[in-house]
Design a protein around this ligand. Sequence first.
Ligand code: ARG
Length: 420
Amino acid sequence: MAQEKKGKVVLAYSGGLDTSVAIPWLHDQGYDVVTLTMHVGQQADNLEEIKNKAYQVGAVKAYVVDLREAFIDTFVWPSLKANAMYQGTYPLNSALSRPMIAQALIWCAEKEGAVAVAHGCTGKGQDQVRIEVACNALNPDIKVIAPVRDWGFSREEEMDYAASHKVPVPTTRKSPYSLDDNLWGRSIECGILEDPWNKPPKDAYKLTAEVTDAPDEVEYVEVTFEAGIPTAIDGKKMPSIELIDFMNKIAGRAGYGRVDMIEDRLVGFKSREVYECPGALALIQAHRKLETLTLAKDTLKAKKELEVKFAELAYEGYWFSPLMEAIQAFNEATQKNVNGTVRMYFYKGNCVIDGAKSETSVYSKALATYSTGDIFDQSASVGFIKIWGMPIKTWRQTHKEKNINPIDSLMVQKGKDATK
Ligand code: ARG
């Protein structure tokens, strides 16, 4: 039965089985399928091959775009400036790429005059939420289709559909995990990992060595930041893609950068997640260190609270929200002071920072020193303590009945005599 023509749809296309099957499936719904393959630093097959495959399976047009720099500048660096880690643990590698994908889908759809965009997410994760919330925010007139969520195929039915629509069925064994990766890290979920007691098997990891296999040598590195962004390694300027890649390698081979967590998903359940983010975690540690040297106490404190919020917004699909915009503006205002160099070393699963320096440092050795050259006015402490302690002293004077002797009673509790 000939379907009524609906116009063009732009499909986010990885070249994998699901999104390949989505091409004839969308065609059967009446769409002309334009594919968009985005390079965000994933360990992908040859991108030209993916493009050819798209045409072979029935795309009317296939785009391949290298979004690595845009991804870093617009999503990764702002996230590093925010030291963003969801639940204090996950540096958001997957979450950050979703608004980028949405932005690119909408850009391509507008360029192509498409009526819809499509993605390969299932109906269970939060990637669908992030992509669709972002697409709707950027252009509500463009419809979003999620074939994998809609088609209701079992694995077998999907394979049959693939075979009958000339979609090449993968010959290699399907990975036992659900994977996602980009420059900022790698996410590993499902399969054996669904039982939180199961140890992640060695084959789950690609970027990080087992601690027991890590070299016996310490590896040092110095990272230089300008306005909160890492720009040089060991004193040599390095383009951002290479810099992140370098950090992934040096930290990863020392066995640093694994995260194994129980994550609270936006979609309501807890999930066991494993990540490898050697470069991201090392850069966040270094960046945090430099902030302690260059930001004022109050600013640091306020920023810490906003960092939690930033991570939640990024995780929960609110990248394009006004609150995110405002937090980023706050961060930008702080980051112009975050310049300098952090020295760190990697050793058997550890990342140790053992030095930091900055021309915009607000650390004053003259104030901090206990040696000669001290400019701290110690006599001023007398008056400071009087006033600082006044409220608590006043309260205790008023509530004398509460002045139990804690030492005495503690000793009695333990059956000991305080007088001996
Ligand atoms: N739980 C992570 C997140 O929501 C990872 C998602 C990874 N996606 C995937 N398709 N495996 O950000």
